[in-house]
Design a protein around this ligand. Structure first.
Ligand SMILES: Cc1cc2nc3c(=O)[nH]c(=O)nc-3n(C[C@H](O)[C@H](O)[C@H](O)COP(=O)(O)OP(=O)(O)OC[C@H]3O[C@@H](n4cnc5c(N)ncnc54)[C@H](O)[C@@H]3O)c2cc1C
Ligand SMILES: Cc1cc2nc3c(=O)[nH]c(=O)nc-3n(C[C@H](O)[C@H](O)[C@H](O)COP(=O)(O)O)c2cc1C
Length: 774
């Protein structure tokens, strides 16, 4: 085969040498516009996994690279006059120049033709090539030429960064945060050879401009950074090797995805590789890794199909299919980490203490969890757990032991919870005429005995026509009040749990069938008229709701107030106002469902007017010592709907009105929504609201193990974790998770204690067996 790699970066060079090493009869040429030893940038970081596959694919290159590596384990945070260090993180770094030289030498040794100082104008320069690798970097000319085929999607990120170097050898991967009169700057610093370290400085666009950095040349901008980070640089200067860039050389990162990666130009097959196909932000340092992995995968596909021209189309299709998945995974993790650095100044840096700031930073990609951190640096994690527990008012035991974050207590107004887990409200559709019955006593009683500090029954409707289905619970008459009291008394008398009530009105989603007879489908008989902010049905076949008049609002307001008074009388410990999931109050908040042109529709203030009226009325009759939370859909997951930004505005309004907690759910506002599910998928919304609005929050959604909850609580992404479906599967979810992570202070109901030792021993045995099998 005749192969041409346009671009002599890691992708082009590594692919060239792999192909030549497997089939010396291939003619492989790399064409690079720079001179052999020219390059931009400083050091690159690799993981152990990348090195492992490089060893497998070309042991010689891997060995030479490994000889040149700098290995380091520690991460150090420099923040607010403190230095905090953790270990066990395992990185390797190498100078980009050094690595390219190693790859170039190996290419020469294997007989790859290297052409330097040739700026390729287009793929037509190589009419004889069977395969053209467009490894020409993020600004790929080849990709641009076939823009209609590759359909690149480039999103420019808001932060500015400049890639510098210094001769100060840093021992740890250092993150240094500095505040100026205009805002925060951060430096990402890592050493890559005996006396050189990469020094990337990053800030937001407005801080960048406020300092006039957009007007500076490179020398002025370097002088600015040297002054800002003088303490850390310790007399060393900063250097640039990007003299070819115009202006101050501060860049914006562009996140790139391409719809297609290959194209037949009539003579040759052209395929994207490395940064020309995709990018991953340096916050997790994986761009070079992706380039190397691309090169390996394309080679592997040739090995599978056979190194022959006729197999090229099949090979390219398989390469793209395999690599897409891995690239998406890395881009996802890189996105979380990148976003953390984009909002760090406004969201975390001013408010979090250095210890928690470090924890939040280490877990920024949401790929590293609490238990991962324990594996990396047990001592640091334990000291952090002590710090966290002390902040939560827990004194260490005589042996120094403290509960993990999710098992620390939490107090809001006079409500004291003994841990951070609540059973999330879940409709059971098992009532008649809104009456709690034995099912509810057993269902809620079992969960209250299961270890969660707070249990919430399902949405409880404030009037018969506030129900979602005929099977929903209610609180509008004396019989219901008495039946609820039986349940609440049981919880208080028999368990250490507290119990809340979530009051709501179904709005346009009412008068539907119980879930197992067709969720959201209108009832066939015995239905009731619907209200909503606007007269828009939920489904095409749903009943059309009436847009509420002021009179309707007054009636509903009175129903909420009456239910609240009853809830207090019954003895509920906390009240939650359900303003999420497209129900009545939520229908006012979302622009998708509120199209009113009176004072209850329009901007945020107008859309929140009726929900806030209800909140104020409820707050006025709910005792001052008892808290109220508000559940919001923090993302409508649909264009034109509320975004997390909008949710933060509403959260501030409810906070100002006296809400004690914001329960951060999302979606279910319109049927056409396009949610992105995944582990902890709504936690970022809670993180945003808690840390930007400075209001306690509840995180919910795919939180399914202690490790998740510990990570969320420890990082300050929420104050409580609501766990729903895992509690349907296991009423004793919290007791069992406590046993799984070896938290000995979890109490079991006295009647069940004889089961505990056996349960814990079985877990230990299962863990040992799993370890032995590995
Ligand atoms: C600030 C910053 C920090 C980074 N840190 C890391 C890190 O720590 N770890 C990491 O893994 N990655 C890091 N990266 C990303 C990394 O540099 C790239 O992802 C990686 O180099 C991609 O390799 P590539 O071969 O696809 O492209 P490149 O390395 O960009 O190589 C493309 C090559 O093509 C050449 N070229 C372009 N056009 C032409 C043309 N028309 N004719 C001839 N030659 C051409 C270029 O001169 C260049 O040599 C960082 C990036 C930035 C911006
Ligand atoms: C069967 C079921 C019924 C639900 N009913 C309610 C409800 O009445 N009120 C509410 O706010 N959320 C309700 N939800 C949503 C849950 O409270 C929770 O937000 C969601 O299930 C995500 O959490 P999970 O991943 O832990 O299940 C319900 C969820 C389920 C599975």
């Amino acid at each position: 085969m005749r192969i041409v790699c346009i671009g002599g970066g890691p992708a082009g060079l590594y692919f060239a040498l792999l192909m030549k090493s497997r089939h010396p009869e291939h003619h492989v040429r790399v064409v690079e516009r720079n001179r052999p030893f020219d390059t931009f940038g400083w050091g690159v970081v690799f993981s152990d996994a990348t090195m492992q596959s490089m060893r497998q694919w070309d042991p010689k290159t891997a060995a030479t690279i490994e000889d040149a590596f700098n290995h380091w384990d520690d991460i150090e945070l420099v923040f607010k006059g403190r230095k905090i260090r953790t270990t066990g993180h395992g990185f390797v770094g190498i100078g980009r120049k050094k690595m390219l030289n190693i790859l170039q030498e190996r290419c020469i040794e294997l007989g790859v033709e290297l052409v330097f100082e040739h700026d390729v104008q287009g793929d037509e320069e190589f009419p004889d090539a069977d395969l053209i690798i467009a490894a020409d970097g993020v600004n790929s000319r080849i990709r641009a030429k076939y823009i209609d085929v590759f359909k690149p999607d480039m999103v420019m990120r808001p932060n500015r960064y400049v890639w510098l170097g210094t001769n100060k050898p840093f021992e740890a991967f250092t993150f240094d945060f500095r505040k100026t009169e205009h805002g925060w700057f951060q430096a990402h610093i890592y050493r890559f050879d005996a006396d050189t370290s990469t020094f990337i400085v990053e800030t937001t666009e407005d801080v960048f401009k406020a300092h006039g950095l957009d007007e500076m040349d490179q020398d002025q901008s370097i002088a600015f950074c040297e002054k800002l980070f003088a303490e850390t640089l310790d007399g060393h200067s900063l250097m640039t090797n990007a003299r070819h860039l115009r202006g101050s050389a501060w860049l914006n990162f562009g996140r790139l995805i391409c719809e297609k990666w290959s194209h037949f130009n009539g003579r040759s097959h052209v395929v994207l590789m490395g940064d020309s196909a995709h990018t991953a932000h340096f916050a997790i340092g994986s761009g070079t890794k992706l380039a190397i992995d691309d090169a390996i995968e394309l080679t592997r596909q040739f090995d599978i199909a056979g190194h022959d021209v006729k197999n090229i189309p099949e090979v390219l299709a398989a390469y793209e299919e395999v690599r897409r998945v891995d690239v998406a995974r890395i881009q996802n993790a890189a996105r979380n980490a990148m976003e953390w650095f984009e909002v760090v100044g406004t969201r975390y840096a001013d408010t979090l203490e250095p210890e928690q700031f470090m924890y939040s930073m280490l877990t920024r990609s949401q790929r590293i969890s609490h238990e991962n951190l324990r594996l990396r640096d047990k001592d640091w994690l334990e000291s952090y757990e002590r710090w966290f527990a002390e902040r939560a008012g827990v004194s260490p035991a005589p042996n120094g032991a403290v509960p993990p974050p999710m098992f620390t207590p939490f107090k809001v107004r006079e409500l004291k919870l003994h841990n951070r887990i609540m059973v999330s409200p879940m409709a059971m559709y098992s009532a008649a005429d809104g009456m709690p019955n034995d099912f509810h006593l057993v269902h809620l009683g079992a969960r209250a005995m299961g270890g969660a500090a707070l249990i919430f029954p399902e949405m409880t409707c404030v009037s018969p026509d506030a129900r979602i289905t005929p099977g929903c619970l209610g609180l509008w008459n004396d019989e219901q009040t008495a039946a609820w009291k039986r349940i609440v008394d049981f919880v208080h008398q028999e368990t250490p749990a507290k119990i809340g009530i979530q009051i709501g009105h179904a709005g346009r989603k009412g008068s539907t069938r119980v879930a197992w007879e067709g969720i959201d489908q209108p009832v066939t008989e015995g239905g009731w008229p619907l209200f909503s902010a606007s007269a828009i049905p939920y489904l095409p076949n749903s009943d059309v709701p009436k847009a509420m008049t002021r009179e309707d609002m007054d009636r509903v307001l009175a129903d909420f107030v009456a239910a609240t008074k009853r809830a207090d009388e019954i003895g509920f410990d906390i009240l939650e106002l359900h303003a999420a999931h497209g129900y009545l109050l939520s229908s006012f908040l979302s622009p998708l469902t509120n199209q009113r042109d009176d004072e209850y529709g329009g901007d945020h203030e107008a859309r929140a007017r009726f929900p806030l009226e209800v909140f104020h009325a409820v707050r006025a009759v709910w005792p001052a010592e008892k808290p109220i939370s508000v559940r919001l859909s923090t993302n409508d997951w649909f264009e034109g709907g509320n975004t997390p930004e909008d949710a933060a505005i509403f959260a501030r309004m409810f906070k100002d009105a006296g809400a004690d907690l914001i329960d951060c759910s999302s979606g279910q506002v319109v049927k056409e929504e396009k949610p992105v599910y995944g582990r902890l998928f709504q936690t970022p919304f809670s993180d945003k609201i808690r840390n930007e609005i400075q209001v306690p929050t509840i995180a919910v959604g795919a939180i399914s193990e202690a490790d998740h909850a510990n990570s969320i609580i420890a990082a300050g992404r929420a104050d409580l974790c609501a766990v729903a479906r895992p509690h349907l599967a296991d009423p004793s979810f919290v007791m069992h998770e406590a046993a799984r992570i070896g938290f000995a202070d979890q109490t079991w109901p006295k009647q069940y204690r004889s089961a505990r030792a056996q349960y814990e021993n079985n877990l230990i045995r299962a863990a040992e067996a799993a370890k032995a099998a590995r």
